[in-house]
Design a binder for this molecule. Structure first.
Ligand code: PDD
Length: 283
């Protein structure tokens, strides 16, 4: 079956999906993106992701090339024509194509691309049952990571270093020794039946999965504190997790050389996943 993408208003074969060499995303990382999870052919928390996309665009002063309802139409269409059951849709908007100049171009139309990808449920289940390992790495990102920009060199290097240590994710450490978040996920630890995650600021992305899990926890009256944590807290943690649009709720069994709990996924892992799945909106 051929794979189809969306590029600036048209559907293309994957291999023919091209952008210009002077696209500002390519030259300056001058753009933003979103990742939408797909469960059973439906978009996960569409409203949250699309609202965050519009916020990211506003923060870097790009106007959306299409209206809000058109995004939904094209994402649904990509799911359908690519026969995605479970997976993701990656969406990227850049300031467009113009001769290289740091200042904003005057009449350039933003570029918009969307790619759909299948990810088998089994891959997620297998990872969930094993749990993942984390490597901590200095947070070298810029100061506005609350905006979901395509400027991802620091996370790329962090994730690569983690992989070279047989870890699936990197947790980023700020100047004061606190974990900000994962290189592409939100970080959580559980200590004495209380869940901790970093409070919102410009130093982390406001995860849509984070928001939905918090809603789910509130419904189940599970205790959450939004408070920074460091390696000492991780040493005392009974369980740990990451969340993201592609990992949903994923248990962590090791952080650097520290085994979390008994080194296997803990009893809260399923509870939190259930709380999340019950709170999620599919459309
Ligand atoms: N990353 N923090 C960072 C730095 C992220 O890149 C992501 C998501 C998250 C979690 O956000 P959400 O729950 O809305 O997916 C937190 C996506 C999945 C990615 O870059 O592939």
């Amino acid at each position: 079956m051929s794979r189809l993408t969306y590029v600036n208003g048209k559907y293309h074969e994957y291999k023919d999906s091209l952008v210009h060499i002077e696209d500002r995303g390519y030259q300056f990382a001058d753009g933003v993106y979103e990742v939408f999870g797909i469960i059973n052919k439906k978009i996960v928390d569409y409203e949250g992701h699309i609202n965050r996309l519009f916020r990211s665009l506003k923060e870097i002063r790009i106007s959306s090339p299409i209206n809000k309802s058109s995004y939904y139409f094209h994402i649904k269409k990509l799911i359908k024509i690519n026969r995605i059951v479970d997976g993701l849709v990656y969406l990227q908007i850049t300031r467009g194509v113009a001769e290289r100049d740091f200042k904003f171009p005057v009449k350039t139309k933003p570029s918009l691309v969307m790619i759909a990808k299948s990810i088998s449920k089994k891959t997620y289940e297998d990872n969930f049952n094993k749990g993942i390992k984390i490597k901590t790495i200095k947070d070298l990102r810029w100061k506005r990571v609350d905006i979901k920009t395509i400027n991802l060199l620091a996370p790329v290097l962090a994730k690569q270093e983690a992989a070279e240590h047989s870890c699936q994710e990197a947790w980023l450490i700020d100047e004061d020794g606190f974990i900000t978040e994962g290189s592409s996920s939100t970080a959580w630890i559980l200590k004495k039946n209380i869940l901790y995650t970093t409070p919102l600021s410009n130093s982390i992305l406001n995860g849509i999965t984070r928001q939905t899990l918090i809603k789910g926890l509130n419904k189940k009256k599970l205790k959450l504190i939004e408070k920074k944590f460091n390696m000492k807290d991780i040493k005392d943690a009974d369980e740990a997790f990451i969340t993201s649009a592609t990992q949903y709720v994923m248990p962590v069994i090791r952080v650097d050389n520290l085994k979390i709990g008994n080194g296997k996924i803990g009893k809260y892992a399923n509870l939190f996943r259930k709380a999340y799945m019950e709170a999620v909106k599919l459309s």
